[in-house]
Ligand binder design. Structure first.
Ligand SMILES: Cc1cc2nc3c(=O)[nH]c(=O)nc-3n(C[C@H](O)[C@H](O)[C@H](O)COP(=O)(O)O)c2cc1C
Length: 217
């Protein structure tokens, strides 16, 4: 009887261990898969007063950025941060940097000339409840004087409004004004929105809010 109990215990422990390893592998595979959304380039000779700047490690925020840009025929700039490559090391770096102390990481480009734009969209994924470090770095290194700024994020389940408030203050320090925060919640890893749903939702948000952003003083 005692032997049987021990056996059941060992089987249960093995089962939990296998489930945990499988879950870890599943998350890693999902996390290292880039979502390639339909490409975007502004129509030439059709000036727009909007600019979209984004950081995206695995393509989801890029999909949102492209939909917002499409609505405005906006110029678009992708921020690269080599430290957060799509592999396991990049994921570890992202995890360890994404606390509230790290706000500067090497990014390319570091600066963007925003002189001719009135409306600037800046976006990133949420890491540990706040915009990812490359976006804080971008704000720290650029001049937002008199810009209306819309922050956009994608994430799985949760961000903290306190962190968005801190982000707002950083934009204000650089002379800009955060007029809105938009986002797509994709859902937890085991039950997530498809890429098409993410695109559709981004499109709907941009459509619904376009006039409000243009009219904002
Ligand atoms: C290091 C790290 C931390 C994350 N932290 C959060 C989090 O705090 N809340 C959340 O809902 N999702 C979190 N996520 C999930 C991402 O926000 C989500 O997958 C996002 O859509 C990825 O965007 P991207 O494909 O543009 O990189 C985290 C992902 C990583 C890699």
């Amino acid at each position: 009887m005692k032997k049987n109990k021990k056996m059941i215990f060992i089987i249960a422990v093995c089962f939990v261990a296998v489930a945990a390893i499988a879950a870890f592998i599943f998350v890693q595979i999902k996390d290292q898969t880039y979502f390639h959304s339909p490409p975007y380039a502004p129509v030439p000779d059709k000036e727009s007063a909007a600019l979209v700047v984004y950081y995206s490690r695995s393509g989801n925020t890029e999909a949102m950025a492209r939909e917002v840009a499409r609505k405005f025929n906006a110029d678009i700039v992708k921020i690269e941060a080599l430290k957060y490559s799509l592999d396991f090391q990049g994921w570890r770096n992202a995890g360890s940097d994404a606390d509230d102390k790290v706000t500067t990481v090497q990014i390319t480009p570091e600066t963007v000339d925003m002189e001719k734009y009135q409306l600037v969209f800046i976006g990133s994924p949420i890491w540990w409840y706040r915009p990812a470090p490359p976006l804080w770095t971008f704000v720290a290194k650029n001049d937002f004087t008199e810009k209306k700024v819309v922050l956009f994020n994608t994430f799985n389940s949760k961000f903290k409004s306190e962190e968005i408030e801190l982000f707002r203050k950083e934009i204000e320090k650089k002379g800009g004004r955060l007029i809105d925060h938009i986002f797509v919640r994709r859902g937890r890893v085991y039950y997530q929105k498809s890429g098409e749903e993410l695109i559709e939702e981004s499109r709907e948000i941009a459509e619904a809010k376009m006039k409000e952003w243009i009219d904002a003083k």
